[in-house]
Design a protein around this ligand. Structure first.
Ligand SMILES: Cc1cc2nc3c(=O)[nH]c(=O)nc-3n(C[C@H](O)[C@H](O)[C@H](O)COP(=O)(O)O)c2cc1C
Length: 301
């Protein structure tokens, strides 16, 4: 499918964009209206853009439906300050409730049942239930258009960060399972960034990975190893030299069983290596892959 933005209705494009650029973190923005009434609204057009200075941007967009603007935008344009609260799973239903279009002057802390806490530097309240609350000043607002669906980039500078220590691990870092954040996807979908959904990828810039192009051809073109498997192998800092005869029973068994069937042996070795890579055992996967004599030979030049 090939879509040019002008060829479909804005609402349809909006839906595709929300589904494709996903999941998105949620800025739960706390502001005050001109009478001092608190306003709370979620925005998933949101991210962090630097740490020195610490910059965050979110976008209360013009409604596609009727081209009206949001109370949050009016409030930050006038007062130039807000608190961005992150949203944990425990808060998701109440957060969603606060996105209802209550009339101006409605206290959305009361409507959504959240607890307001005074901020240290800015006037808007923090949300007590949120595990990370970011007091911010507004540096600039950039309108990206004037029609329904246009964004308003609210560029914010963090002035004070409040963290609930319960979300930290022993090393003092934020533990994703403890902070248990949610993110917005397309339609009514959200995702929960903890439990089985969370996984690690070894950072590639600690050593320079050899790259997938440097892998032996039979590995690179394997019909069993996936892009993720090749990525793990290509992240090795050098092609390993496997000199020792292995004492791995399964490997010895495979080498014996398929001694005279090179194609079947390669298939079995790649399958075994794939299992090892899925468990993160890159070293052993190399050993298995390079026990195939052709690949071993290619490696030794
Ligand atoms: C999880 C979530 C994310 C949202 N993200 C955005 C967004 O990025 N931009 C936007 O304009 N509206 C977004 N909305 C809709 C606004 O929250 C909604 O229009 C709200 O009523 C605005 O409130 P306000 O007029 O008090 O500012 C989102 C709603 C939810 C539930």
């Amino acid at each position: 499918m090939r879509i040019l933005p002008g060829d479909i209705k804005t609402s349809q494009l909006h839906a595709y964009l929300l589904g494709a650029v996903s999941p998105r973190p949620i800025c739960f923005a706390s502001t005050l209206d001109e009478d001092g009434t608190p306003n709370l609204s979620p925005f998933s057009f949101f991210n962090i853009f630097g740490a020195k200075p610490p910059i965050l941007i979110f976008s209360p967009a013009r409604r596609v439906r009727d081209n009206t603007t949001k109370h949050t935008l009016e409030n930050v344009m006038r007062s130039k300050e807000l608190v961005i609260n992150v949203v944990s799973y425990a808060m998701v239903q109440q957060m969603s409730l606060s996105s209802c279009e209550y009339p101006a002057g409605t206290n959305e802390f009361l409507k959504a049942g959240f607890t307001p806490v005074e901020s240290s530097i800015v006037k808007p309240f923090r949300v007590a239930e949120s595990p990370a609350q970011l007091e911010c000043r507004v540096l600039q607002v950039i309108e990206t258009g004037t029609e329904g669906g246009a964004g308003n980039l609210v560029i914010c500078e963090l002035v004070c960060l409040h963290l609930n220590e319960a979300v930290l691990n022993e090393a003092g870092q934020i533990d994703p399972h403890k902070i248990d954040l949610v993110a917005r996807m397309g339609g009514d979908f959200y995702c929960r960034a903890s439990g089985d959904a969370v996984f690690t990828v070894p950072k590639p810039n600690t050593t320079l990975g050899i790259g997938i192009d440097a892998l032996p051809k039979a590995i690179r073109t394997s019909r069993i190893l996936t892009g993720n498997h090749l990525g793990l192998l290509g992240n090795s800092s050098a092609l390993p030299i496997v000199e020792t005869i292995t004492n791995d029973e399964r490997l010895v068994e495979l080498l014996r069983e398929y001694d005279t069937h090179p194609e079947a042996l390669r298939h079995a070795l790649h399958q075994y290596a794939a299992e090892l890579l899925d468990k993160g055992d890159v070293e052993k996967a190399w050993e298995v892959l390079l026990s195939d004599s052709d690949e071993g030979k290619e490696l030794m030049g």
